[in-house]
Structures are given as structure tokens and as C-alpha cells.
Design a protein around this ligand. Sequence first.
Ligand SMILES: Nc1ncnc2c1ncn2[C@@H]1O[C@H](COP(=O)(O)OP(=O)(O)OP(=O)(O)O)[C@@H](O)[C@H]1O
Length: 591
Amino acid sequence: MRQSGGISLGFVSDQRVRQLERKLRTKEERIVVLETENSLLHLKLAECQGLIGRSTDEASQLYFVSEKQQNLHKSLPSLVIQELHATIQGLKQDLKNLHSFALERSRDFQHQYKNHLYQVLTAVQKIQLQNEAMQTFQTKAFDLEQSLQEVTERYEKEKRKRRVLHNSLIELRGNIRVHCRIRPLLLFDATPGHSVSHNRHKKLSEKVAYAADDETVLVKCSRPGHASINKLFQFERVYSATESQDAVFADVAPLLTSLLDGYNVCIMAYGQTGSGKTHTMFGPLSGDNFIFSTEDGPELGIIPRATEEVFRLISEKPPGSLWVEVSVVEVYNNEIFDLLAKDSYGTVFGIKREVVTTKEGKSDVPFLTYETVENAAEFLQLVNKGLQLRVKHPTLVHAHSSRSHLIVTLTIAMTVLGDSIGTLWADEESSQKLSKVLSCTFPQQLREDKTTFSSRASSPAHSEPTEKPKHIKTKLQLVDLAGSECVGMSGVTGAALRETSFINRSLSALSDVLGAISEQRSHIPYRNSKLTHLLQDSIGGDAKLLVMLCVSPCQKYLAESLQSLGFGTRARQVQRGQVKKRNPLVSSKSK
Ligand SMILES: Nc1ncnc2c1ncn2[C@@H]1O[C@H](COP(=O)(O)OP(=O)(O)OP(=O)(O)O)[C@@H](O)[C@H]1O
């Protein structure tokens, strides 16, 4: 029993130990929790202590500031307060003024704003009106553009018709036209001759030739002991001494249109020494070599102006379809000299050439130098070279008398393939004319081996490789004839007398040719002189010839002037003869 009592006592005390141990662990855990809380509370306490310290600082600072303010308030004198008060009052007044000023400004602004608004509205209305007007104008402009297009088309049509009419008109007027230019009295007209009395000299310098009107020359012919008689000469156009180079060229220019239409054209100046032939054809010559300058502008004569015009007309054609060649020859003592021939050093010198008649009855100068030129300046440069070689001698009439006939030839050449003529010449008549020219134009002159021809021939797109290109040429011959003076007047002797004799013979051959054409003789004596032989293609047939008679106005040259006017009148007969005999059914062009 004692044993069982001992066992149960041990058991109870074990339980009690375990209970106590559990309690102990619980207490220990509680202690840890409390210690943690305790340390947190310590932290909070430290924080609160910091806050209290800072608050105490701030409170003492505030106290210090408040004390300072109280001291300041106490120390502020009442005078300052009054001043401040007055300033505040002043500021209040300023503010009031500012306010009323601002109100006034605002009213002004409103007023101006209204004005501007009104102006803007008016402007807008105007713009609206202008817009409406603009629209009307635009409609009108559109209508006008359309009308312009129609007019342009009509103009092109009329232009083509005009070309046809132009050539018909020139034909009706005659293929030979004569214009007469009376030059002004010049200083050398008043130079006394040998053994001439003062009175006689005065009489000799008197003006006797006048342009009575645009078509009439009046010459007062007086002989000692006889009453003076007035002689009248009629020409297609007469220029008075005051008429400009411009006016002269204006009547020449239409002929150049014919040139581009496939007609040969010749313009020649005829008249005695000093009557103004060179002046009319070239313009005033200057320098030791008597060349002319293109800078002379309004004073330029027919040759430079015609060249410019031809190149202008060419520029209207398809590019590359035409090209121009120049040759310059002089006929001196009935010999032909090539003034563009060059020696082996390239120096230009005159070389003698011959004129021949081809199988087709055309004139040709074998081996004559032709230079291809691209523009008027190049052309005129070559003409100037030729001029420098031209034979000149002083005569009693004037110091630089030309003793030879100078012939500048501008040849327009083209290579065409059959139907392509129509692309160059829009009107049928010109195309037909060219087709006709094709069949008979200067075959000898077509130097087919000449590089300029073969290299520059244009090849139209539609050309057949088998189609043989054909060469066409038309020529413009510009002729400054030598003076047609009487031997006694020019006062020449010896070699110069021989020259004068040759000049007069060739001029009379020219007159004979014109006479034979007017009488429609079967034989025209072209070959009686080198001059007429050379000009054969430009005188007669359907070629257009313009003779520019140059006349001195004074008594001294009366005989020569009458002789020139007589030549001109005979030349006009050619046309009259043709007109009379014209048969409307037979083409006047056929020779
Ligand atoms: N219409 C004109 N206005 C002003 N001067 C002119 C006129 N015509 C001719 N002259 C002047 O008269 C002079 C002689 O003219 P030009 O040399 O043209 O005569 P020409 O007929 O060619 O003579 P030639 O046959 O002897 O060569 C030149 O000094 C020229 O400038």
C-alpha cells in the first residue's frame, strides 16, 4: 500500500511539475511580449521628448517675435502712421483716376472698334463686289481666249491665203519693179569744178530732181536761153531725200517672202557715181577698207536688213530644213572675180572665174566659192571681206567711187524627200512652185559632194531609205552696180577711162536684156556681158527683180539723172509689155 501510495504521489508531483513548467513558459512568453512593448514605448517616449523639445524651441521663437512686434509697435511714431495714411489716401485717389482713365480708354476703344468694324465690313462688301466683278472678268477672259484661239486659227488660215495672194500680187505688179530714190544734196555737190565761174557753180549745185509724190519724179530741165521744162517719171515707188533706210527696206521686204516661197529674187541699185547706190545697198561705209558696221542700226542699207529678214523667215521653218550659202563676186572690166576665194594660207583674194550656161539654160560659175553661214552676222562678215577687195577709184564726183559691179548672192538650199516639200511650204502654190523648181533647178550648182550638203541634210521621219533626196536652191542676188556716169563728168582718163567704158557697156547690155524681155523676143542677149550672164536667172522668167534707181538731185548731174530715169522707165516697160500680153489661160510664169 505504501508502494502504491508512493507511486501516486510521484505521479501527482510530475503533473504538477509539468503544469508549472507550462505556466513558466507562458510567463516567459508574456515577458518577451511585454519587453517588446516596453521597448516600443521607450521609442515613442524618445520621439515625444524630441517633439516637446522642438515645440519648446518654436514657442520660444514665437514668443521672441511677438515680443519684438510689441516693442516695434510701441516704438512706431504716430507721424509715420499719418504719413502712411496720407500716402494710402493718395494711392486711393490715383487708383480712382486710373479707373476713370481706364473707363475713358475703354470707351475710346469701343468707339474705334466700331469704326474699324464698319471699315472691315465695307471692305468685305467691296471684296465681294470685286469678286463678283472678277468672276465676270474671268468669264469674259475665257470668252476672249476662245475668240483669240478662233482668231489665231483664222489668222493662220488668212496667212496662208495671204502668201498665195502676195505672190499673185507681186506677179500682177510685175516681176520687174522699179523704185527710185533721190538722195539729199551733199557737201561734194557744192564742190566747184575746174574753170567754173561762181555763178555757174551756184547754178550747178541747184536742186532739180524732186519726188513729186510717192510714185512720181519731177525733173526741172533748163537750158541756157530756153524756158525750163518739167519732166515727170513714174515708178512703183519714189523716195524723197528725207526718206529713211527703213522706209526703203519696208518696200523691199515683201520680195523676201517670195524668196522663201521658191522664187529667185534680185535687188539691184542703178545710178551714176555718187548717187547713193552703195549707201542704199549697204549703208554708210566706214574705215580705210570701206566696210560697213552692223552697229549703224537705222543707217543700215538693204543688204544687212534683207539678210536679217531672210534668217528671221528661215527661223519660222522647221529647224535644219534650210541652210544658207553666200558668194561674193565683182564684175570688173567684164571679168568675174570670186571675192571669197582663199589662197593656201586662208587669205581671201580675188580670183578670176567664168560664167557658163548649163544644159538647162541656167547660168553657173564653176568653182565659185560658196560659204555656208548660220546667221546674218556670219553672212555680213563675209560680205565685208568681199567689200575690202572691191575695186575703188577716186573720180571727180566722189573719192571712193566703186568701179565694179558687186554681186552678193544668198543661196537658200534645202534637201527634201519627195512629199516633204509640203511640210516646209504650207500653201499649195509654193509647194507646186517648188516641185517645179525641183525639176529644173541648177543641177550644176548642186555640189552633191560638198560636205555641208550631205552632212546637214535633214532626214524626215517618214523617209524611205531608197528615196533619193532632192536638192533645191533659190537665190537672192543683191547687186551694187558700178556708176553709170558720163565719161566727161567723172573726169577719168587712161585705165580708169577703160573701166568706165566697160561699166557703160555692161549697163547698156543690161538695158538691152530688159528691152528684149519687154518685146518678148525669142532671144534674150544675156551673154552680151558677164554681168547679164551672171544675173540671167534673176532677170526674166518668174524671178522677181527690183531695180532701185538712185538719183542725185542737183543740176550738175542732170544728164546722168535723166539717163538713169530713162533706164528705169525702159525697165518698167518690161512689165507693161507683159501685162498687155497676159493671157489669163496661159501661166505668166512660163518663159
Ligand atoms: N540717202 C542718202 N543720205 C545720206 N547720204 C547719202 C545718201 N545717199 C548717198 N549718200 C552719201 O553720198 C556719198 C556717195 O554715195 P555712194 O557711195 O552710195 O554712191 P554710189 O552711187 O555708190 O557711188 P559709186 O557708184 O561711185 O560707188 C556717200 O558719202 C554716201 O554716204
